[in-house]
Design a protein around this ligand. Structure first.
Ligand code: PMP
Length: 414
């Protein structure tokens, strides 16, 4: 058992204490978005009740206060990911925007015809489509690291794909569909040997894994606040200063400029060069409380507890397969090194029907292709049911899920 007081942690999340379809809510859709602790909700409310003002340009107390709090979150992000400087942390609206920013600025300036970008079979659509778009525009070529049946990357194939033509490797740190944690150290070292840059999609790593961008020598890292107990509409793009300084701005407008005339405009320093317009001030400020929440528990405690939940679930499924026959529940993503995400299909049931049957028992899971259609095609399936666990989930909740799955074996959909 983990030493954490999970009941205390649960008490910090008001949303968890409700019934859904006459059953206590069992929220297992954390890879899609995590719930928010009261500290985050209160920070948002306090901001609008007491501190609301536009930031950076104001000569009044509220503007100063809001600016200070906004920049405090940047400092918290810097520490959270062990960046060298807060200025290397740019606020966006999420991982999707962070990746598009790199594709549309770095990609547009530095990619040439025949250059290659390597992604992997495990990518979320948001780490596929922006690269396809810029490759098409620039005549660059997209290469894909294949995946093995257990959901790990074929690293031999990766090493074969790398060449002097490789300009960027854009790869997820942890798979949202299968949970696989990729060997990012090896990926980065191999890419750097060819002078290629590496962008890691940290959407799923943010709340589950220790992050040290300097130790790993990461060039770009993307995060979404809403996947790590913070508000929606806030993301981070980390980039090494030298890279960010070489990149042209993303959007034009207020804040990203130094001097504007009708003839010529000069641009602001980083991070402001990439933060045109009024940002999502209140949510950025509340995001700091989410980081504090994670720091207070400690990543190592989070990892330990979530691993326990994942193991409890997979061993529950293995027992069901032993009882009812090994074909009853197929698990997708069986790598040894995983975040607490498990995809599965109950034999003879469409994932959507399974999801509806679980919802009838108050259990929230995600069904479908999880924005990873190429990966689903690799497994020759349309989609899966995905249970994804967070720090506030309990072993009892896992038992409720396993029991609900047991009850649907051999039963017609509806
Ligand atoms: N990458 C991964 C691995 C994800 O899980 C997600 C969200 N499902 C994204 C990218 C996109 O993140 P967002 O929707 O917050 O931009």
């Amino acid at each position: 058992m983990s030493d954490l007081n999970i009941q205390h942690i649960r008490s910090l999340f008001p949303i968890l204490h409700q019934e859904v379809n006459k059953h206590p809510l069992v929220y297992l859709d954390n890879a899609a978005t995590t719930q928010k602790p009261l500290s985050v909700i209160e920070a948002l409310q306090t901001y609008y009740q007491l501190d609301n003002a536009n930031i950076h340009r104001g000569a009044h107390t509220l503007a100063d206060r809001a600016t200070g709090m906004f920049e405090d979150t940047r400092k918290a992000v810097k520490q959270f990911i062990h960046a060298a400087e807060a200025e290397e942390c740019i606020f966006t609206k999420g991982v999707t925007e962070s990746i598009n920013l790199v594709a549309q600025t770095w990609g547009r300036k530095f990619l040439n015809a025949g250059d290659e970008i390597i992604i992997s079979y495990l990518e979320h659509h948001s780490n596929i489509v922006p690269w396809q778009m810029i490759c098409e525009e620039k005549g660059a070529v997209l290469k894909v690291i294949p995946v093995l049946p257990n959901g790990t990357l074929d690293m031999d194939a990766y090493h074969q794909l790398l060449s002097d033509r490789t300009k960027l490797v854009a790869c997820t740190w942890a798979s949202n569909a299968l949970g696989t944690i990729n060997p990012v150290k090896e990926i980065i070292e191999a890419a750097h040997a060819y002078h290629a840059f590496v962008l890691l999609d940290g959407a799923q790593a943010g709340s589950h894994l220790e992050i040290d961008v300097q130790a790993l020598d990461i060039d770009f890292l993307t995060l979404s606040s809403h996947k790590l107990y913070g508000p929606t509409g806030v993301g981070v793009l980390y980039g090494k200063r030298a890279l960010l300084e070489m990149m042209p701005p993303y959007q034009g407008g207020g804040e990203m400029i130094k001097e504007v005339s009708f003839e010529h405009t000069t641009y602001n320093e980083i991070p402001f060069k990439f933060e045109a317009g009024t940002p999502n001030i209140g949510d950025v400020i509340a995001f700091k409380q989410a980081i504090t929440f994670v720091n207070n528990i400690g990543k190592s405690n989070i990892i330990k507890h979530e691993n326990l939940l994942l193991q409890h679930f997979t061993s529950g499924i293995h027992k069901l397969n032993q009882t009812f026959g090994s074909e009853q529940i197929a698990l997708y993503g069986t790598a040894a090194d995983k975040v607490a995400v498990q995809s599965f299909i109950v034999k003879g049931k469409h994932p959507f029907d399974t999801g509806m049957m679980l919802d009838a028992r108050g259990i929230a899971v995600r069904t479908g292709h999880h924005c990873t259609q190429p990966l689903m095609r690799f497994f020759d399936i349309e989609g899966t049911v995905r249970a994804s666990f967070a720090i506030y989930n309990t072993l009892e909740e896992v038992d409720i899920l396993v029991e609900a799955i047991r009850n649907m074996i051999h039963k017609p959909a509806f």
